[in-house]
Ligand binder design. Structure first.
Ligand code: UD1
Ligand code: UDP
Length: 361
């Protein structure tokens, strides 16, 4: 019988990573099942990616919704155990570092189903981030570790992972970006938000930035100081909206706070920005390819390659306005290095690794 690959997705960053892998496996004629856990469910956090990214409709949506880490992870595990029992996949593919990722790895590994982790080996070495816990557990349990950058390969080696399991394949998030590049319309984005001169784009959703009311107050002051320099468009993730608004986020006329945007509109806006302020993992990578200076509001990053080979730098709430002024004065770089294998062909490389694994079984 032909082998079946089952993909587990669920949160916004999973979808642009999964799209090129699903496409490349389809081209190789592999039978696939696409599961959406329902971790994210708003149209602009989920559906829009299926409409825009040539990602087929999920075969199953588990509808788990929001909850505490324990509740959400447990609901995903319970539902996936039933799905895996019924569908008996030969390989489960998981993406990134969200709760849907770790839940799927736990269930698959206990059912002795091999697992492939796309974006393996990234480390912030910061165990206060739930994502770091999800990365460590997922990598420990995975059969195939598909890495986006050489530092990730090195981390896995240092942790004693068998080198035969590790494959440096490049970055499927960048496959999606490059395949959509022709549709990313800066003029349309400028018109939509009435932007004339230089502008910035911001995103914020990390617990470390949006969960504590005192931090949020300081964050709002820092963003307002940046908005004194240039207009900012902030498509706001639902996680921090209430707290940020309570802290007066909407009070600055040059800070345009909007709902999360669809992928094409969001990346069109980012493509034309003078700089981006963010705590997103994916946005650090996308700005690296687009050559847009990225100011990352975090004390660390699991994606240091975007600093050594890209446009990223770490900032604090305190120094953000000063760094933003410098970046505005310097303008965008004319040339910049790009990480190896972030070339639009990661999906195909991943598909080759998966097919070769299945053939050997
Ligand atoms: C999750 C991931 C994080 C990732 C982010 C990307 C985990 C532990 N965290 O964080 O790594 O960077 O997604 O966006 O998996 N909500 C809505 N509508 C939605 C989804 C969420 O309103 O469609 C609200 C709910 O109030 C929910 C909160 O956002 O409680 C947080 O959602 P959750 O999926 O738990 O975590 P994120 O902060 O989105
Ligand atoms: N994104 C989007 N619209 C938005 C914000 C983000 O389409 O308003 C896309 C963008 O491609 C980004 C991806 O969603 O890289 C993942 O975003 P998020 O910051 O939620 O997750 P993270 O990468 O931090 O886990």
């Amino acid at each position: 019988m032909a082998p079946t690959v089952l993909h587990v997705t669920g949160a916004r960053p999973n979808f642009p990573k999964a799209a090129p892998v699903v496409r490349a496996l389809a081209e190789q004629g592999v039978d696939q099942i696409l599961v959406h856990t329902g971790q994210h469910y708003d149209d602009k956090m989920s559906e829009v990616f299926f409409r825009e990214l040539e990602l087929p409709r999920p075969d199953l949506n588990l509808g788990v919704g929001s909850g505490s880490h324990g509740e959400q992870t447990a609901r995903i595990m319970t539902a996936l155990e039933e799905v895996f029992t019924e569908r008996r996949p030969d390989l489960v593919v998981v993406y990134g570092d969200v709760n849907s990722t770790v839940a799927a790895s736990l269930v698959a590994s206990k059912m002795l189903i091999p697992t492939a982790h796309v974006e393996a080996g990234l480390r912030s070495f910061d165990l206060t981030m739930p994502e770091e816990i999800n990365r460590l557990v997922t990598d420990r349990l995975s059969t195939l570790l598909l890495a986006t950058s050489p530092d990730a390969v090195a981390h896995l080696g240092n942790e004693g992972v068998d080198p035969d399991k590790i494959h440096l394949v490049g970055n499927p998030m960048i496959d999606t970006l490059l395949s959509q590049l022709d549709r990313l319309d800066v003029d349309k984005a400028r018109a939509a938000f009435s932007l004339d001169g230089p502008y910035a784009v911001a995103t914020l959703h990390r617990p470390g930035n949006v969960d504590d009311p005192q931090d949020v107050k300081e964050m709002v002051a820092s963003l307002h100081a940046v908005a004194d320099l240039a207009p900012i468009v902030l498509p706001l993730h639902p996680r921090g909206r209430a707290r940020l608004e309570d802290a007066g986020l909407l009070a600055h006329p040059a800070l345009k706070v909007v709902e999360p945007l669809g992928y094409v509109d969001f990346m069109g806006l980012v493509r034309g920005a003078a700089f981006v302020v963010t705590d997103s993992g994916g946005v650090q990578e996308e700005t690296t390819i687009l050559g847009v200076p990225c100011l990352t509001l975090r004390p660390n990053t699991e994606r240091p390659v975007t600093i050594t080979h890209g446009t990223n730098r770490l900032v604090t709430r305190e120094n953000l306005p000063q760094v933003a002024a410098e970046v505005l004065a310097d303008g965008r770089p004319e040339t910049w290095p790009v990480p190896p294998l972030w070339d639009g062909a990661a999906g195909e490389r991943i598909a080759r690794v998966l097919v070769s694994f299945l053939e050997k079984r």
